[in-house]
Design a protein around this ligand. Structure first.
Ligand SMILES: [Cu+2]
Length: 468
């Protein structure tokens, strides 16, 4: 008996004896495992309805198999090693070899079957965030189904009913499992031309996630509620996040989902965008307005769109300044204006490695070569063509180029500013500052930078007056 005969024989036997469903008797689709954190090129659909695929930054789209008109995926929940940025590999939990898991791409009206195998050390489940589906497929362990025990595979089946941007994540011990990186993106493409959905040349996905990983450690702290120290796009921190590389004139869509514990005002330089889709689907064109920052609350998805009509390397980042920092951004006292002269040498007698930080701001830390524990990212990192960028975390760039080929997502390198279009150092004469004279008029004195810094006015209590 060859292998095929054996399998079909076993299947027939199962039908004859147990009368189980066709699903149970079909062999599981082989799970695809991704070992690279690189951005995979768009996966063109080889079966099923056609669509224009998305690109997941530093991620990939899951393959499927068609089984009797049903799109079948196999997700494996498991411990993974995820490179957060070159030099730092974290031990997370994820799906199919990475965190986030693979992006699921289907078409409106598709019948979808998802096999979920649990290779974690504890039970799990998957909630299909934002989908319309039968109640028993919604994935809240205890409420809609039993949790998936360790070592078991559960099957979810539903029709992808509306086009849009969705996410998936566990709804079983989710504080732990999401802190460990279990989440993924889901895109349902429109079945036909939709009056509220434009065709785009570039369609990017990024999931906002956050971790608390102590310097020198590789496993996230799962009980952290607020004080995360790694802010990431698709579990990557700048300079580990690929840039969004597009051709001049492209219509670009960026889909963002937020599975951190706080909101993120996502900001794009050099262009205005409109929010063309939310958790609930595409927005009516009459409701849209142009902006440069979209705040994305916890649990929300947003799609923004714009025409990339300005060449250059444009920053794209969360506007909370601590979210564009890597670890060590916390617990550093504010030292601006504090005079340390003479102090460093005395401390170094006691603590030889002592370094002075921050008395003129913290920009110096961008190029500071400190001894960091292994597996720790520099607080501000990434070099541009004009020096250190001084960013980490949720930061990357939109690179718009005239000669970027359609469908080419490779990094075009740094933008060369045309002559005469870059900020430059003033080398001419300095006029006498006028503002000191103005201040003298208003305040009756000139600010004297050499006088003692502290001057206190003490108002004595008035005897007999009791204000309590
Ligand atoms: Cu943020």
């Amino acid at each position: 008996m060859n292998r095929r005969d054996f399998i079909s024989g076993a299947a027939l036997g199962a039908v004859a004896v147990a009368g189980v469903s066709k699903v149970a008797m079909a062999a599981l689709p082989e799970p695809a495992i991704m070992t690279s954190p690189d951005t995979a090129p768009p996966r063109m659909p080889d079966t099923g309805r056609p669509y224009n695929p998305v690109v997941t930054l530093n991620g990939w789209t899951a393959p499927w198999r068609m089984n009797d008109g049903v799109k079948e995926f196999h997700l494996v929940a498991e411990p993974v090693e995820r490179e957060i940025a070159p030099g730092m590999v974290a031990r997370l939990w994820g799906y199919n070899g990475q965190s986030p898991g693979p992006t699921i791409e289907v078409v409106e009206g598709d019948r979808v079957r998802l096999f979920v195998t649990n290779r974690l050390p504890e039970q799990t489940s998957i909630h299909w965030h934002g989908q319309r589906l039968p109640n028993g497929m919604d994935g809240v362990a205890g409420l809609n189904q039993k949790a998936i025990p360790v070592g078991k595979t559960f099957v979810y089946e539903f029709v992808a009913r509306r086009p849009g941007t969705f996410m998936y994540h566990p709804h079983a011990d989710e504080m732990v499992q999401m802190a460990m990186g279990m989440m993924g993106f889901w895109v349902t493409h429109p079945r036909q031309k939709h009056e509220w959905i434009d065709d785009v040349e570039r369609d990017f996905c990024l999931l906002l996630n956050a971790y608390d990983i102590d310097p020198g450690s590789v496993v996230p702290k799962i009980n952290t509620m607020l004080d995360f120290n790694l802010w990431t796009f698709n579990s990557r921190a700048f300079p580990g996040i690929d840039s969004l590389n597009v051709r001049l004139g492209d219509r670009v869509r960026i889909r963002v989902g937020n599975l951190t514990m706080t909101n993120h005002p996502i900001h794009l330089h050099g262009h205005e965008f409109a929010v063309t889709g939310t958790d609930g689907g595409p927005t009516p064109p009459g409701s849209r307005w142009q902006e440069v920052t979209a705040d994305i609350a916890v649990g929300q998805m947003r799609q923004v769109e714009f025409i990339a009509d300005a060449e250059g390397d444009w920053a794209f980042h969360c506007h909370k300044s601590h979210h564009t920092m890597n670890p060590m951004g916390h617990d550093v006292p504010t030292m601006i204006g504090v005079d340390h002269r003479g102090l460093v040498g005395r401390i170094q007698e006691l603590v030889p490695d002592y370094m002075l930080m921050g008395e003129r701001g913290m920009a110096d830390m961008k190029d500071m070569q400190m001894m960091l524990p292994e597996e720790t990212l520099a607080m501000m990192a990434g070099f541009g063509p004009h020096g250190p960028i001084g960013m980490g975390g949720m930061f990357t760039m939109l690179k718009v180029r005239r000669d970027q080929k359609p469908g080419d997502y490779s990094d075009p390198g740094w933008y060369q500013q045309p002559a005469g279009t870059q900020a430059y150092e003033w080398a001419g004469a300095m006029p006498e500052p006028q503002r000191f004279a103005a201040e003298r008029l208003h305040q009756g004195e000139v600010p004297d930078l050499n006088r003692p810094a502290l001057e206190m006015q003490v108002r004595k209590p008035i005897p007999g007056a009791h204000n309590h």
